[in-house]
Write a protein that binds this ligand. Structure first.
Ligand code: GLN
Length: 514
């Protein structure tokens, strides 16, 4: 994408959040690592550069620095916390450990007029997290705010289009953070709020047309938001050059196949071919209880099924491209280069054999989930699909503890449908990020139903709230809703005589049970 606002990541906890906030201001932004050379950054012709926070101390050995070349090139720069300190140091100011640290909510006092702060109050609450402080601002800068622990808490030099703050404008706890960021983007850097859903769609459609030309494209539809939006974009770009394959692995939730085959296909007009492979998946899963093994089997069978469908279709038409719903956070994470622990093997359509070589079309590569949703709505996809909770590829297979079989799937499907319907009826669907309903297939519990003893299975409700699935907390659903779900499940689902609620955050508990 042209002229991005580059967020230089100094190891901040919130670098991606900064990029999101910039995008919320309708300006396109990307995260880049701090070891990227200034020449490389400048070659992207950035509209502005934001320097993020970070754990290091600017004077420490090996601490990442800002190359002065960036300032000399005349690019507008905004430093936040570590970025503010690094900027001060690079331009001749002083950064010291004054012994005054500030963590958390802090009062900030403004002084004099400021383009960065605009009309925001003289005293305002900001979020701080620092041990070091800028004690002398570089030449040419006006100090515009201070706090008890930072005499120079903000500075600006609007002629050179530079500004910096000791606090974190990107977090919600900073009362006027978004306003301050917008002042930097619009009033200091002089950017226009032009990155909108329509402009994103136009840009992607043009890009897809250019990449694909008149060739044929294949997409594995999962029923989820990402692949649905990716396919809709590709369809808008190249119409019936696109064919989608939807694998029914028998581990879907109630109504999902119908939603894809009927609702989605009829709205978009996309050619969707369903492959019913439930027999194949269930026999491969027979007797398997280990979660990792389940995931591997499901992944393997998926590839096999998809591969066969791709071969069949390739015989019919010459397919050269494969659509993938890769999102921006995946791109940033895999580019990070740090070896993250393999907590769970992820299931995707990678790993296709050599002779089935497709070029990838990834129209969501630059987008965050919330942006994908906005675009989905703009493309006319139904809200029920666009706001669907994430439902990982292995489906109900990893929501049954113990062996997966038809009977257990039916039980879980019924319980899950009740939980989802009640959540929707309560209007709380969007407050919950994901809502696994888990069947403890290998656990039995005693109940009393109709004056008789029952020996059934417990169901676990696992509603979680999250911004991005990296961390999550259990959702505080209203008691009366939980009670309705519990009563309906035990009344309507025969095998279940107990409903429990999972109140574990992530970490330590992952969102899914397996
Ligand atoms: N490590 C620096 C300090 O303690 C910057 C901290 C930050 O960026 N949050 O002052």
């Amino acid at each position: 994408m042209k002229n991005p606002v580059l967020v230089v990541d100094f190891g901040a906890q919130y670098a991606q959040l900064i990029a999101r906030r910039v995008r919320e201001a309708k300006v396109y932004s990307e995260v880049v690592p701090s070891d990227m050379s200034a020449a490389h950054m400048l070659s992207r012709e950035p509209a502005a550069i934001i320097l993020s926070g970070g754990p290091a101390s600017v004077y420490a050995q090996g601490a990442p620095q800002v190359d002065k070349a960036i300032f000399e090139a005349g690019v507008p720069v905004f430093g936040m916390c570590y970025g503010f300190q690094a900027m001060a140091k690079a331009l001749g100011g002083t950064v010291e450990q004054t012994g005054l640290s500030e963590f958390g909510g802090t009062q900030l006092d403004r002084s004099g007029p400021s383009v960065l702060f605009g009309q925001t109050p003289q005293a305002q609450s900001v979020w701080m997290s620092h041990n070091d402080s800028v004690t002398v601002a570089p030449d040419g800068f006006t100090v515009t705010a201070s706090s008890a622990g930072a005499t120079v808490a903000a500075f600006e030099d609007t002629t050179r289009r530079l500004a910096g703050v000791q606090f974190h404008p990107e977090v919600g706890h900073t009362d006027f953070g978004q306003e301050i960021l917008s002042h930097f983007l619009y009033d200091i850097a002089g950017l226009a709020p032009s990155w909108t859903a329509d402009s994103i769609i136009d840009e992607q459609v043009a890009k897809i047309r250019q990449q694909v030309g008149d060739k044929k494209v294949l997409c594995a539809l999962s029923g989820g938001v990402d692949s649905s939006v990716a396919a809709a974009l590709v369809h808008k770009a190249v119409g019936d050059q696109l064919t989608c394959v939807f694998v029914d692995h028998g581990l879907l939730r109630a109504g999902e196949r119908e939603q894809v085959e009927k609702d989605y296909a009829s709205i978009t007009g996309i050619d969707v071919r369903t492959v019913d492979a439930s027999e194949q998946f269930l026999s491969a899963l027979a007797g398997v209880t280990d979660p990792e093994q389940k995931r591997k089997i499901i992944g393997r069978e998926f590839i096999r099924t998809f591969e066969k469908a791709a071969r069949d279709l390739s015989a019919e038409k010459d397919i050269e491209f494969l659509v993938q719903g890769t999102l921006y956070p995946d791109v940033v994470e895999s580019g990070g280069g740090t070896g993250t622990a393999n907590i769970k093997s992820h299931h995707n359509v990678g790993g296709l054999p050599e002779d089935l070589k497709f070029d990838l079309v990834e129209p969501l590569r630059t987008l965050f989930k919330d942006e994908v949703r906005t675009i989905g709505l703009q493309l006319g996809l139904p809200e029920s699909l666009v706001w669907r909770h994430p439902f990982p590829g292995p489906g109900l297979g990893i929501r049954i503890i113990g062996e997966v079989n038809r009977e257990r799937l039916e039980t879980l499907r019924a319980a899950d449908a009740i939980a989802r319907a009640e959540l929707t009826a309560a209007g709380l669907e969007r407050d919950v990020w994901q809502f696994p309903v888990v069947l403890l297939g290998d656990v039995r519990s005693v109940g009393v139903q109709g004056d008789g003893r029952t020996y059934g299975h417990p169901i676990v409700l696992r509603p979680v709230s999250s911004e991005d699935a990296m961390t999550a907390d259990w959702s505080r659903l209203p008691y009366d809703l939980l009670s309705r779900i519990s009563t309906r499940i035990t009344n309507e689902v025969r095998e279940v005589n107990r409903v429990t609620l999972d109140i574990t955050s992530k970490p330590p508990g992952t969102i899914e049970w397996e």
